[in-house]
Design a protein around this ligand. Structure first.
Ligand SMILES: [Zn+2]
Ligand SMILES: [Zn+2]
Length: 352
C-alpha cells in the first residue's frame, strides 16, 4: 500500500491559491472555518487523511490525472455554476427501484434529500419516474455477466429533452447496468459536463452483482428484439439496504460534483477521488476534503456549518412512525455521523 502524502505547504496553497483576489476571498471565511479547513491539511489530522493506493488496479495508477487546486477550479472558464435562473438539481429515475412501489419512492426521496443537504443551498427535485421503454434507448444482454444493460449515451439524449429550464443539471439514475458502446463491457455512468447532465447506474453496488447467483442474470439465452421492452417488466432490482443507500449517496454526489467542474481529487481522501472498482469506491469517504469543500462553497455560497448540520439532520431524522413509511437505513452512515459532529464542534463557536 502506498500513502500519497503531500507537503502541508503544497496543500495549503492548493486550498488558498496564489492569486491575490482568491487569497483575499479566503480571508472572508470565519476563524473557525479556516481552522477546520487548515487543520485538516496537517499530518495526523483526525478529520482528513492522505490518499492510499492499494493496488495497480486503483484509479490513480491506472488513470494518471493532474491535480486540480482551488485556483484552477475557480479560473476554469468552462465550468458551470448555479445561478438565479438555474439552481435546481433534477433527478430522473429510469426503470424500477426496489421491489415495491412504496420502497422505490422512499429510497429515491432519501437520495434526493441527501443531495439537497450535500449541495446545501440548492433545491433538488425529483422528476416523475419513467420506464425504460419511454426512454426509447437501446439495450442488450452483457456477454460476460448476462444481465440487461442500457445504452448510456442514448439515455443522455433522452435526459437532454427532459431537462427543465431552471435546471442547474439533470441526473438520471437507474438500477439497470449501463454500457457506453458495443465494444465496452459496462460503465458506471456517463456525463456531459457542458450540457449539465449525467446518467448513473447503481446496479453494480448490489453486493450480489458479481456472484454467480446474481438474480439479475438472465437464466437462459433470450433473443432480444430492439424496441421490445417487455424484458424489463419484473426485471430484478437490488434490495434497498443501508450499504446500497450509502453507496448510491456517495456516487450521486461525486458525479454531481463533476458537473460543478470539480475534477478527481488527488489531495486527500475525499468523495471526489476517482474509483475503478467497488472496493475502492467503498474506501472513499462520503464527504469532500477541505480543498474540494472550498470549490463547492465558492460555487454555491453556503455556510460550512449549515451544510454539516443539514447532513447530520438527514442522518439523525427520527424514523417515521407511520407504517407506510420505512425508516431510513442509516447504519452505514454512523461513522459519517461522528465525523460530521467533530467538524461541527470545530465550527461550534459560530453556531452558538
Ligand atoms: Zn469521477
Ligand atoms: Zn478533495
Amino acid at each position: 500500500m502506498e500513502v500519497i502524502e503531500h507537503p502541508v505547504e503544497k496543500l495549503r496553497s492548493a486550498l488558498r491559491s496564489t492569486r491575490n483576489d482568491l487569497i483575499q476571498s479566503y480571508g472572508q471565511y470565519s476563524r473557525e472555518e479556516r481552522r477546520l479547513l487548515e487543520e485538516g491539511l496537517l499530518p495526523g489530522s483526525p478529520l482528513f487523511s492522505p490518499i492510499t493506493v492499494h493496488s495497480d488496479s486503483d484509479w490513480i495508477p491506472s488513470h494518471p490525472e493532474s491535480p486540480q487546486d482551488f485556483q484552477s477550479f475557480y479560473s476554469n472558464p468552462y465550468r458551470s455554476t448555479p445561478n438565479n435562473g438555474h439552481k435546481t438539481i433534477y433527478i430522473q429515475t429510469i426503470g424500477s427501484f426496489g421491489d415495491g412501489a412504496g420502497i422505490s419512492e422512499q429510497y429515491v426521496e432519501w437520495l434526493r434529500a441527501y443531495c439537497q443537504a450535500f449541495y446545501y443551498g440548492l433545491k433538488v427535485k425529483l422528476l416523475p419516474p419513467v420506464t425504460v421503454a419511454s426512454t426509447g434507448c437501446s439495450f442488450r444482454v452483457n456477454n460476460n455477466t448476462h444481465n440487461l444493460q442500457l445504452h448510456a449515451g442514448e439515455l443522455l439524449s433522452f435526459l437532454k429533452k427532459k431537462k427543465p429550464r431552471d435546471a442547474f443539471c439533470i441526473v438520471g439514475i437507474t438500477m439497470i447496468d449501463l454500457y457506453p458502446k458495443d465494444s465496452w463491457n459496462f460503465v458506471f455512468g456517463q456525463a456531459s459536463l457542458t450540457e449539465g447532465m449525467g446518467v448513473f447506474s447503481f446496479a453494480r453496488y448490489d453486493d450480489d452483482f458479481y456472484k454467480r447467483s446474481y438474480a439479475g442474470r438472465l437464466k437462459k439465452a433470450i433473443k432480444l428484439k430492439p424496441g421490445d421492452y417487455s424484458v424489463f417488466q419484473g426485471y430484478y432490482t437490488p434490495p434497498i439496504t443501508s450499504t446500497l443507500l450509502f453507496r448510491s449517496c456517495k456516487t450521486l454526489t461525486h458525479e454531481i460534483g463533476h458537473i460543478f467542474g470539480v475534477k478527481h481529487c488527488l489531495w486527500l481522501q475525499c468523495v471526489m477521488q476517482g474509483s475503478n472498482h467497488l472496493e475502492e469506491s467503498d474506501r472513499r469517504p462520503p464527504d469532500v476534503c477541505p480543498i474540494c469543500l472550498r470549490k463547492l462553497q465558492s460555487a454555491i455560497g453556503f455556510k460550512i456549518a449549515d451544510r454539516y448540520k443539514a447532513l447530520l439532520l438527514w442522518i439523525e431524522e427520527a424514523p417515521s412512525s407511520s407504517a407506510q413509511h420505512l425508516s431510513k437505513p442509516t447504519e452505514a452512515f454512523q461513522d459519517f455521523r461522528h465525523w460530521l459532529s467533530k467538524c461541527r464542534s470545530i465550527l461550534e463557536d459560530e453556531i452558538f
